[in-house]
Design a protein around this ligand. Sequence first.
Ligand code: FRU
Length: 489
Amino acid sequence: MKKITTLVLLLASCLWHFASAQEQYREQYRPQIHFSPKEHWMNDPNGMIYFNGTYHLFFQYYPGGITPGPMHWGHAVSKDLMHWKELPTALYPDSLGYIFSGSAVVDSNNTSGFGKNGKIPLVAIFTSHDPKGEKAGSDKTENESLAYSLDSGLTWTKYSGNPVLKNPGIRDFRDPKVMWYAKEKKWVMTLATKDHITFYSSADLKNWKKESEFGKEGGAHGGVWECPDLFPLTLYGKTYWVLIVNLNPGGPNGGSATQYFIGQFDGNKFLAIDNQTKWLDYGPDEYAGVTWGNVSNRRLFLGWMANWSYSQQVPTVKWRNAMTIPRELALFESNGTMYVKSTPVKELSSLQKKSAGNKKSLKSKVLPRQCLIGINANAGSDFSITLSNRAGEKVVIGYDKAKDQYFIDREKSGKVDFAESFAKVAYAPRFTKEVNSQLLLVVDQSSIELFADGGRTVMTSIFFPSTPYDHFALKSAKETQLISLNSVW
Ligand code: FRU
């Protein structure tokens, strides 16, 4: 009898936990196919690495509230880039300051010497941001530091010789992205240094030598350069290097945004192949995007689905902000110029609901809670799709022939008055001469990601309707396909 009672109690407690976990991720505005922390403030993705079959996502995190505070690194893991499990906070502030953005590497050859008993160290390289120095107006408040983990990123030890790279007197000196440069068997650090990038190299991650600078003259300079990344991509059998530089403010639709350069990198310096300013995502709500450092054969990108202009005012209660859908990057050419395109990773299709008739060529006009919408349209004229609710709130996505631009209009999308810069129409150029336009929309509770023309134009936008959009209407589109998705929680 006693055994049965215990069993029943155990079962009840499991069910209760399951139910409350489910409820936890069902709050108003909670993304159902994007990563967001259970609670509290989140910004940039950090330290993204792939290790022993697991994708690691660290992130700027303040576990004490829903606005930024002393920054930590939060931690989540996934096997498929869709279902994330949040783990205990990885890095805590220390005597050198808050833990700002940075990267992580798998130090397979134990160049750092942090490995013990044959265990491969994961090494995090991050910015120590000293709040006292900041208050005092010092220009040396940001320095680069290390921590290592011998248990797959669960627990971390700070290096006793921190900081490993000292600030030479540049106020914004942060967000190190480190990669292994195999050709010369050395580590290369790409660092955002106010209005340009500085490259450093190291044999052991502890001693860094300055190599070169890039970008004082080129690209967009409407704000501070932050969160860079450097990696190779191939087009027509030739390797190019892509340098991502996040910028705040100064984005194409206001506030923060991700620009990039394409060029050559020889282990010492980066040379851009042209002077054009290029944006990875034209929408207002992708920022601080960088890539997973060590995934072979694909370059996987993830951004913070927010904008510094209003991210601290968005009307969520328990948590603030989410990440974009992970995307795969590739090069393409348009009119003799090279660009980067992005498409959602193929793993997204694993969320498709299996129910019969899920893939619909749609007349029904009922919008599922989270879904993919494919649209075929003719860019010879305007076209649009409107997502709306009974309260008359709506977001309109489409193409404006006169401007020859795609747009997302969230002026009447619901709650918009929490910040002046929110209720706007965002525009983006079209990068193809084809008459046919193909749009893929990734729709979630409070966000839309538009991938047009195979990812040549990308826009991300968030919104906060008083009740979820449950209806859609098309204008001048030739064909539509709608696929309902399962929640990842
Ligand atoms: C970018 C950023 C980084 C910095 C971090 C602090 O969003 O400003 O430059 O390291 O956020 O949270």
